[in-house]
Design a binder for this molecule. Structure first.
Ligand code: CP
Length: 330
C-alpha cells in the first residue's frame, strides 16, 4: 500500500493532457487516490455519488477496448452521467470537425471529454476550446497518460517501497517503441518514480529514442537504450512487451512477424532465462504469438489482466481530480 506521506498536498488540474509535467508528489497523489477508489469499488456501496450530475463523454476517434470501457465504468462508479460518442455513426461522417464536436458536446452539458485521437496534440487543441475538462486517452504516437498511470500503480504495488517509489528497480520495455504513445508516457512516470528503464527493439523501431532518453533529465531514475535483448533483460524486475502496431508500420520497418517473434518475442524460453522475480506486462491489445506468447501472457508472472483491472480505480482518481480542478478554477 502506498502511504499518504506528504502527498496530501493538493494538485488541482482541470485537464489531464500529459504526464510529462507531473512530479513525484503529483504521481503519488494519484496512486493514493486510486487505492482509495479501489477500496470504494470493493466496498458494499461499490461506488459513490461524488460526480452525480457530471456529464462525462468518451470521444474516441481510434478503436479501444480497455481505455474506453474502463473510463465509462469509472465514471459510472462515481455517479456521473456517461455518454459514449460513436464516431462512426455521428455527424463526423458528415464533415463535423473536432472543434465543432467539442463545442456541441459542451452545449449538450458534457463537463468532461475523454478524448482519443489519431493526431498528436488533439487534446491540447480541444482543451483550448472547451469550457470543461479534457482527459487525453491517447493522441497519435505522442502520449497515453492514463495507461502510464495505471502501469505505475501496478508496478508500484508489486515492486514499490513504502511510498510506492521504484528507486533501484530495473524495468525493460521491448518492441515497437517508434509508434508507441505508451512508452513515451511510461518513460516519464517510471523515471519520476525512480526506476531505471531499459529500452530495446529492432533498430528501425527504436529510432529517435537515444535522443529522447537524453532529454529525460531531473528524474530520479534513468533511461538507457540498448540494442541487445539479452542486455535489456539482464537482472530485470519487470519487462513490458509492446504491441507491434501493424496498422502504423511503414514499408521496411519490420521484416516479418515470425522473424520478430524469434528475435524479440517474450517466449517461455526467454522467460526461463529471466531473474525468477521478473514480472511480465503488456498494455494490450496483444498480438499473441508475436511480441508475447499465449503461455507467457497467461502465465503466473503475467500482470496483463491486473493492468486492465487497475484502469478503473486509476481513471476514477483522474476523473475525480479533473472535476475537482474544474470546480476550483471556476
Ligand atoms: N492499452 C490500451 O490503450 O488499450 P485499448 O486500445 O484497448 O484502449
Amino acid at each position: 500500500m502506498v502511504t499518504q506521506g506528504d502527498s496530501s498536498q493538493e494538485h488541482e488540474r482541470r485537464h489531464l493532457l500529459d504526464v510529462a509535467d507531473l512530479d513525484w508528489s503529483a504521481l503519488r497523489q494519484l496512486l493514493v487516490s486510486a487505492e482509495s477508489m479501489q477500496r470504494l469499488l470493493d466496498s458494499t456501496a461499490g461506488g459513490s455519488d461524488d460526480l452525480r450530475g457530471v456529464g462525462v463523454t468518451t470521444l474516441f476517434y481510434e478503436p479501444s477496448t480497455r481505455t474506453r470501457i474502463s473510463f465509462e465504468t469509472a465514471a459510472a462508479a462515481l455517479g456521473a452521467r456517461v455518454s459514449t460518442f460513436n464516431v462512426a455513426t455521428s455527424s463526423v461522417g458528415k464533415g463535423e470537425s473536432l472543434l465543432d464536436t467539442v463545442r456541441t458536446l459542451e452545449a449538450l452539458r458534457t463537463a468532461v471529454i475523454v478524448l482519443r485521437h489519431e493526431r498528436a496534440g488533439a487534446p491540447w487543441f480541444a482543451a483550448r476550446h472547451f469550457g470543461g475538462s479534457i482527459i487525453n486517452a491517447g493522441d497519435g504516437w505522442h502520449a497515453h497518460p492514463t495507461q502510464a498511470l495505471l502501469d505505475l500503480s501496478v508496478l508500484s504495488r508489486h515492486l514499490g517501497d513504502r511510498d510506492g517509489s521504484l528507486v533501484g528497480r530495473r524495468i525493460a520495455i521491448v518492441g515497437d517503441l517508434l509508434h508507441s504513445r505508451v512508452v513515451r508516457s511510461n518513460l516519464h512516470t517510471l523515471t519520476t518514480a525512480g526506476a531505471d528503464v531499459l529500452l530495446t527493439g529492432p533498430a528501425r523501431l527504436i529510432t529517435g529514442f537515444a535522443e529522447l532518453a537524453q532529454s529525460i533529465r531531473g528524474a530520479r531514475g534513468g533511461v538507457r537504450v540498448v540494442t541487445s535483448l539479452d542486455e535489456a533483460l539482464d537482472d530485470v524486475d519487470a519487462v513490458m512487451a509492446l504491441r507491434i502496431q501493424r496498422e502504423r508500420l511503414a514499408a521496411g520497418e519490420l521484416d516479418s512477424l515470425e522473424a520478430y517473434r524469434s528475435a524479440w518475442g517474450l517466449t517461455a524460453a526467454r522467460l526461463a532465462a529471466l531473474a525468477p522475480r521478473a514480472l511480465v506486462l503488456h498494455p494490450g491489445p496483444m498480438n499473441e504469438g508475436v511480441e508475447i506468447d499465449p503461455d507467457v501472457a497467461d502465465g503466473p508472472r503475467s500482470l496483463v489482466l491486473e493492468q486492465v483491472r487497475a484502469g478503473i480505480p486509476m481513471r476514477m482518481a483522474v476523473l475525480h481530480q479533473v472535476v475537482r480542478g474544474a470546480r476550483a478554477h471556476g
